[in-house]
Design a protein around this ligand. Structure first.
Ligand SMILES: Nc1ncnc2c1ncn2[C@@H]1O[C@H](COP(=O)(O)OP(=O)(O)O)[C@@H](O)[C@H]1O
Ligand SMILES: [Mg+2]
Length: 293
């Protein structure tokens, strides 16, 4: 199982949108995906209508009150399962602040419950996080093979890269296996240039900077265009991958339950109106990410 975390110190730059659509892309490629919502805002869980506050991601960290076996894995779609987020994540993190193992709890949970939850069945685990490098995020980074940080073309987002890297460096030094002296942080770190408008000055300056940094060896992994379709995906709760599937189906061939649903048919018109190359462009970005991680 390949573990990928979306993380930044800033909010509103695409972590949840990309976690969701990337997971759905992988599922449509035939991979089995486990989503973990490690953000107390639980936006990702709400996309899947999982609002249950029992057996959430908080139970993984709440080691004083749970042995971890209460965690519920929701089967939300073909090839996609989800461990829901919880408003309690915030308080639980404060409560475990003095626990010397506080950054290793997800690592320990995965080891302890691997068989019980048959985690071997998943090809990918995708973790969405809160915009910070607090305990939940640290736990996510420690178990990850790759950490993806979206950055959008504005100064505040770009400046936050330094803060993020500083915190990651600190975590690397903090999370040491004392028997070997090596850090538990094994992940590859990548930046994703997100919300790029190619014909827009700020984006162009930003892209030039990305190109320059790439030459200097900075891990800028992908250029993701700004597309309304991403916005719609989370509000419609229909992923870009699903939109593309629906756009290929004639209205007459839709199941009756969909055809007779005016809300759905309104969305269907939107899916059909999107240029096929918009869908392909997004698939290519996700394919590029998959190859690199
Ligand atoms: N590539 C993109 N194109 C257009 N809108 C985007 C893109 N990426 C993210 N957004 C929008 O930006 C907003 C914030 O995204 P979100 O995923 O909630 O960020 P985060 O999880 O980092 O707080 C949402 O309205 C989302 O639809
Ligand atoms: Mg989010």
């Amino acid at each position: 199982m390949e573990i990928i975390t979306f993380s930044t110190v800033k909010g509103g730059i695409g972590k949840t949108t990309l976690s969701y659509n990337y997971a759905e892309y992988l599922a449509h490629q035939g991979h089995k995906v486990l989503l973990l919502d490690f953000d107390e805002q639980s936006s990702l869980s709400r996309i899947y209508d999982v609002t249950d506050q029992e057996g959430t991601a908080a139970d993984i960290l709440d080691v004083d009150n749970s042995d971890g076996s209460t965690v519920k894995i929701h089967h939300v779609k073909d090839n996609i399962d989800l461990i829901g987020g919880s408003t309690r994540l915030d308080t639980v993190q404060s409560r475990i602040n003095d626990n010397p193992q506080k950054n290793m709890l997800l690592f320990l949970w995965l080891n302890k419950h691997y068989d019980r939850y048959n985690l071997d069945q998943y090809d990918y685990m995708i973790i969405d996080t809160h915009p910070d490098v607090q305990t939940a995020t640290k736990n996510a980074i420690i178990v990850s093979d790759a950490v993806l940080s979206p950055v959008i073309p504005n100064q505040m987002s770009y400046d936050s890269i330094v803060e993020f890297s500083t915190r990651v460096e600190k975590l690397k030094n903090e999370a040491i296996d004392y028997t070997t002296g090596e850090t538990f942080v094994k992940a590859k770190f990548f930046y994703l240039a997100n919300e790029i408008r190619r014909n827009y000055g700020l984006s162009q300056d930003f892209l030039k900077m990305v190109e320059k940094e790439r030459e200097e060896g900075v891990n800028w992994l992908a250029i993701i265009p700004e597309r309304e379709i991403f916005n719609r995906s989370t509000s419609y709760k229909v992923s870009v991958a699903e939109m593309q599937e629906y756009a290929k189906i004639n209205n007459a061939d839709l199941p009756e339950e969909k055809r007779s649903n005016p809300e759905f048919m309104k969305m269907k018109r939107y899916f059909d109106q999107q240029k096929p190359q918009f869908y392909e462009e997004i698939n290519e970005v996700f394919a590029e990410i998959t190859k690199a991680v």
